[in-house]
Ligand binder design. Sequence first.
Ligand code: AMP
Length: 381
Amino acid sequence: MNTPAIVPGQTLGILGGGQLGKMIAIEARRMGYRVKVLDPDTACPAAEVAEIVQGAWSDPTAALELAIGCDVVTLETEHVPFAVLAEVEHVRPLRPSAQVLRTIQDRYNQRHFLHRHDLPQTRWGNIESLDELVAALAHMGTPAILKRRTGGYDGRAQVRIYAADEAQNAWRALGEAPCILEAFVDFSAELSVVLARSVQGEIRFFATAENVHKDGILYTTVAPARFSPAIRMRAEELATRAAVALELVGVLTVEFFLTASGELLINEMAPRVHNSGHVTLGACVTSQFEQQLRAVCGLPLGSQEQHAPAAMINLLGDLWANGEPDFLPVLAEPRAHLHLYGKRVAHPGRKMGHITVLADTTDEALAVAERLHGQLAQAAR
Ligand code: AMP
């Protein structure tokens, strides 16, 4: 089927106006598209660059208002309810589709999908009661991680369980809601592949990234990952298989654990641009945000070629403890880029911005990023 491309001058709709929506909108505006965003907050980050349709993601009326005013709709979050996505899809092309979101937004569905497609993952069990949790812990052992099936991000809605007698507290802490229990993976590293798949099924991936999390939140990314080509190719192969099986159009991020024995296990997938892909903006010919735009508009994908090794470090609200940080040292670094999302209120753990650094080696890029972050952290003490 030949779907007509959505071209500059036409309107892109985005469900969600946080930093991801904002960065997609900036790329779209640069290329001459109009952009509308659905968000409950009229002062959300994307409001600086897009027209806001105010409404909750769970509000079908607001979502339809957005969709009707656009030529194609995409999203920056997987947490829009399926029923709302289905309504949107009824009136306009939604990319990725509601079906993809249904598979990914519920951890049980996602794990079941990986299992059906023989994609490697950590051991897990479905938990719908305290009794099931106690039984699963007896079977799986500790440490383990209990994760609510829906709604979690950045390490939220999940609890680590170190001993069987913590079951009741963990179950209560997550609101006695349906969960999955995962065996704790003693990984040696975390990697991610960010890829784009076009309407025609063309796939292009960015260099596999190597990620470090702190307290469940991404802290640093370097790309390309400092691992053998065999490991990077295996990650690309698994991510490609997932994207094809999902029939996804847009950007897909697949996060992996690398075990001590060199095995790659899929931790989770996100059907969207991702924090670990932020290095692509500035480091690659086409950023993940432009690639998302191209994919959902039915355009050919751009080149993912990377100009130089790169690192990214997140700027969390903790750095705002003593007020607005002094960013001059970051701006004085010739191969660093500062990204601030324009969030009005900073609180600990909130993603406020990030720094990307290009260098001759990934080690050097990471060292510069960490030095700049260290200076900001010092000032916030
Ligand atoms: P998630 O939001 O599920 O990706 O979890 C955030 C971070 O918590 C991951 O990137 C890991 O650093 C850690 N984590 C999550 N699940 C596991 C697991 N099963 N074993 C070890 N670490 C985990």
